[in-house]
Every structure is written in structure tokens, then in C-alpha cells.
Design a protein around this ligand. Structure first.
Ligand SMILES: Nc1nc2c([nH]c(=O)n2[C@H]2C[C@H](O)[C@@H](COP(=O)(O)OP(=O)(O)OP(=O)(O)O)O2)c(=O)[nH]1
Length: 335
């Protein structure tokens, strides 16, 4: 019922979903516990029952407004705690992560599972680069959860704690794509050793990727969002992918555009435009970019990736991998 505002996330045995009015009684039981409330900044103690109703309604309004995502942590339909991510208009591309778990479920690994999932989901699907989190200095358990997910400590601060009626020291943590994205595969398929030229730096390994800027009749360029689970998840890119062994860039693109977007492209319609040459995760990315204005079929994100048709002068509003920045400037000037 009523989960249409947010497609639930799975995390191991947990489901993270929008809070519902019917969660209020259980939420109240779990959070109206001194051991839980004393660790949380904005939770009063005792926690009035009516506040649970009001808070749940406000979380649903925030999801609909796209400002915060406070979710129920559930297992077998039972509410175990909450995990939330809040954005702030003053700090674009940054968000704050928080979570709590009912006392009887401590020690079950629920915090890292739920908070890690929301953090990775958020970087892949929201316009974010950095997620921050705080743990009360005395709350070693919470600090350990953050470290386990990949957060790194970022200094100390102070925060007001409503239930304690006090301002207390907190440890600050932060994580970005480098900390939270999946690591690159151990043996990438299209990694080609650099030829042994005398001037080649020892050990430089090339990563060959072919990419394509599809251009529609209105002159808009197609960008695709890298999905959760891939390195640089959440950044926007030109569709394409790694060259499989024996492939030319054109053959690679024809294959990738079919697999990723469901369209048929012919090599004659792929116009070489520019290339990116950039260090990437211990290798060196060499990526020819082609332009394509003609294809057969309807463009669809077949791998669940978000797509955007973007006017050339708006391309810089989209966060892209560092290698793409010079390409974006060239493309904007060309189109
Ligand atoms: N397709 C594409 N990849 C880019 C761009 N900019 C950029 O740095 N890259 C990097 C990201 C990745 O490290 C690499 C592409 O690899 P990928 O993982 O997306 O390739 P793939 O589709 O073959 O994916 P997979 O089968 O290995 O999961 O190139 C871009 O604009 N488009």
C-alpha cells in the first residue's frame, strides 16, 4: 500500500521503504527508548505518540518534494528502525545521512546494511557528490557502522541533542563516490597493455572505451546516468563501453548502443568527433567520442539507467566523469 512515492530498496534481508501512517505505533515503541533517543540529535524524550504521526507525514512530503528520504528499515514487514538522507539548499550536491535501529535489533548488522544501501543509492540516483554523517563521540557503535560502509572521519563538531538538552561533541564523517562506489573489476576485459615504446611510462595500462553522443533532431545530446554498482555511479556519461577483445570502436558502439539503449546504428552513421585521454583508477582511459544523428528504433534505458536529452548549453549542469569535461566543451562549441 501507498509505496508509490518511493520504489523500495532491498538490502540483504532488509527492505527500505517510505514510512506509512500505519508504522506510527511501532515507530513510537522503538524510538521512545532512552537508549535510542539519547544518541539522536533531534529526537525528544519522552517521544510523544502524536509526533510519530506528524513525523511520518512530514517524511512523505519530503520524499515528494525531493528534499529528504527518511525510510523505514523493515524485515518481513516488521519495522526495525529508520534511515534517512537529507539535502540542504545551502550545500548543493551534499547530503546528510542518519539512521537508528531499535534496541532489540542491535548487533544484527542492520545499521551498515541499511545505511550503506541508502548512501550508495543516493550517490547513484540523486545529484550528489558527498554524503556527510555524524556520530555522537560516545557512540562508538555508530562510528564503527560508518567506517564499515566506507565513510572516512572528517573531524569533530558539536551538535544540540534534544533528549539530553545539551550541546555535545560529535565525530564527523564523509564519503563520496571513491569511498562508496563499487571498485573496478580486477581484470577488466578490454584492458590492453601499452606497447613497449621506449618513452612509454613503465606499467601504463590503457583502458579502451568507445562513447557516442547521440544527437536528436532538436540538437539535444543524450546522456546516460551510470547506475548503482558501477564505479562513478550517478555521474552522467555518453553511452558506450569498454572494447571487447578484437573489437573496433565502431563495432563496440554498435553492440553497446543495442544492449544499453535498444537502438540499431550503422558504422556509416558514427562520425568520429574527438577523444578523451585521462588517467582513470590506476589505468589510462583512451576514449574516442563519436557523433550519431541517425539510428533505428526508440532510445530506452534497457539497463535501468536514467537518460536525459540535454541542450548543448546545459551539458555542464550534469556532473560527468573528469575525462568528459574537455569533450563537453568541444561539443558545446560544435553544436
Ligand atoms: N561509456 C562511457 N564511459 C566513460 C565515459 N567517461 C568515462 O570516464 N568513462 C569511463 C567509465 C568507465 O570506467 C569506463 C567505461 O566502462 P563501463 O564499465 O561503463 O563499460 P561497460 O559498459 O563495458 O561496462 P561493464 O560491462 O564493464 O560493466 O569508461 C563516458 O562518457 N562514457
Amino acid at each position: 500500500m501507498a509505496d508509490e512515492i518511493f520504489a523500495p530498496l532491498r538490502a540483504g534481508t532488509l527492505t527500505l521503504r517510505a514510512l506509512r501512517a500505519s508504522d506510527a505505533a511501532q515507530l513510537h515503541r522503538l524510538v521512545n527508548d532512552w537508549e535510542v533517543a539519547r544518541m539522536l540529535a533531534r529526537v525528544p524524550f519522552p517521544y510523544p505518540r502524536q509526533l510519530a504521526d506528524e513525523w511520518i507525514a512530514s517524511t512523505r512530503a519530503q520524499i515528494e518534494a525531493g528534499t529528504a528520504w527518511h525510510l523505514a528499515i523493515t524485515r518481513d514487514d516488521a519495522l526495525l528502525g529508520c534511515v534517512g538522507l537529507t539535502t540542504s539548499p545551502d550545500a548543493p550536491r551534499h547530503a546528510e545521512l542518519g539512521y537508528w535501529v531499535g534496541r532489540r535489533h542491535w548487533g544484527e548488522g542492520i545499521g551498515p546494511e541499511a545505511a550503506g544501501r541508502v548512501a550508495r543509492w543516493a550517490l547513484a540516483n540523486l545529484d550528489l557528490d558527498v554524503i556527510h554523517a555524524s556520530a555522537l563521540e560516545e557512540n562508538k557503535r555508530s562510528a564503527a557502522v560508518l567506517t564499515r560502509i566506507g565513510f572516512v572521519e572528517d573531524g569533530m563538531a558539536e551538535q544540540d541533542f534534544t533528549a539530553r538538552n545539551a550541546r555535545l561533541p560529535v565525530r564527523r564523517f564523509r564519503a563520496g563516490r571513491a569511498e562508496l562506489s563499487a571498485p573496478p573489476p580486477e581484470t577488466p576485459p578490454a584492458e590492453t597493455p601499452a606497447p613497449a615504446a621506449p618513452e612509454a611510462a613503465p606499467g601504463v595500462r590503457l583502458l579502451l572505451v568507445a562513447a557516442c553522443a547521440l544527437i536528436d533532431p532538436d540538437g539535444r545530446v543524450l546522456l546516460a546516468r551510470r547506475p548503482e554498482g558501477k564505479p562513478m555511479a550517478g555521474l552522467w556519461e555518453f553511452p558506450g563501453g569498454k572494447l571487447a577483445p578484437g573489437e573496433t570502436p565502431e563495432v563496440c558502439l554498435i553492440r553497446e548502443l543495442k544492449e544499453e539503449l535498444g537502438i540499431d546504428v550503422s558504422a556509416a552513421c558514427l562520425a568520429p568527433f574527438a577523444f578523451a585521454s585521462h588517467p582513470l583508477e590506476g589505468r589510462h582511459l583512451l576514449m574516442p567520442l563519436y557523433l550519431c544523428r541517425r539510428w533505428n528504433g526508440t532510445v530506452e534505458g534497457l539497463e535501468g539507467q536514467a537518460l536525459a536529452w540535454v541542450r548543448p548549453n546545459k551539458l555542464s549542469d550534469y556532473a560527468m566523469p573528469p575525462a568528459d569535461r574537455p569533450l563537453v566543451a568541444l561539443l558545446r562549441d560544435f553544436l
